[in-house]
Design a protein around this ligand. Structure first.
Ligand SMILES: [Zn+2]
Length: 296
């Protein structure tokens, strides 16, 4: 049952629609390991971009079927699948969940081809994934799979049944929760201050994670509020404001992208450029991510 339903998750966009939207707005694909990773790292940026007409697709490379302490694997996968549908509705984005086992994602040739297919079929201008340095092996392998696709999406003889992209997308890593000592500062920060409550609302769709599994696995003593208002406030504080705090090493980057508006930036999502994709100048980034005040 679950397998069939998950197989049906794939939302195919027909070629006509792709050609039409290609002209109007940029296309972004966020490829992560688990249902909820994309919302937690990129939810604010997603809300801002969809308001500008960007088309955004989230992909979870695993079905998340180990992400709970109660129930069978199929029950967990199905519940989390339903949560992705809710999150997609709240974010106005596409969401595809692949039926790979949680905790067992490998950077295999088969999975690499799947990632190349996903990026090509979406005709992505921007691809976002986990940083290389992160705590979960699925996150690291998802990052490696996307890195492995970053050049090959333009090579026609690779996966010839899906046309290669003419222009390599911009590839970005989200900010992990661990400091990359080789590169402590991000390349790009996005001010999500205006949409922190909307981001909290999207994360709240993953109730099995936010209110049950994560407190359990983290042995958290925090009390989860009963009311919807209380829960949204909890998500806002714990998962949006705290994780989106501006660190000392972020300050020059906030000032670079927001100039005289930098003082008004309170909450951010941060990104690092993956050098294996499109080589970009600051001007290219301004054109690709039309989020920054005109100041340059
Ligand atoms: Zn994850």
């Amino acid at each position: 049952m679950v397998v069939m339903l998950l197989g049906a998750v794939s939302t195919k966009v027909n070629a006509n629609e792709q050609n039409q939207t290609k002209e109007k707005g940029k296309r972004v694909i966020v490829i992560c390991a688990h249902p909820d990773d994309a919302e937690l790292t990129t939810g604010g940026t997603t809300i801002l971009l969809t308001r500008l007409g960007y088309k955004i697709k989230y992909v979870s490379l695993t079905n998340g079927n180990k992400g709970h302490h109660q129930g069978t694997k199929n029950e967990i996968a199905f519940r989390r699948y339903k949560e992705t549908r809710e999150a997609a509705n709240r974010l106005n984005c596409e969401y595809e969940v692949l039926n790979n086992e949680d905790g067992e994602l490998e950077a295999s040739l088969k999975n690499r081809m799947e990632v190349i297919r996903l990026i090509r079929e979406w005709k992505a201008d921007i691809v976002i994934t986990h940083p290389s340095y992160d705590y979960h092996p699925d996150h690291r392998n998802a990052s490696l799979l996307v890195q492995d696709a970053a050049f090959l999406v333009t090579v026609p003889k690779i996966l010839p049944e899906v046309p290669a992209l003419e222009e390599n997308p911009l590839f970005l890593y989200t900010r992990g929760r661990y400091t990359n000592r080789q590169k402590p500062s991000p390349d790009i920060v996005v001010d999500i201050t205006p949409v922190v409550r909307e981001k909290a609302d999207a994360i709240d769709a993953h109730e099995s994670q936010i209110y049950e599994w994560l407190p359990w696995i983290n042995r958290s003593k925090e009390v989860i509020p009963e009311t919807r208002e209380g829960r949204l406030e909890h998500v806002l504080n714990v998962y949006v404001l705290k994780r989106g705090e501006i660190k000392a090493e972020d300050l020059p980057v906030v000032e670079k992208w927001y100039g005289s508006s930098a003082q008004a930036v309170n909450t951010i999502e941060a990104f690092e450029i993956c050098e294996f994709g499109r080589k970009v100048t600051d001007q290219d980034i301004l054109e690709l991510l039309q989020l920054f005040p005109e100041q340059k």
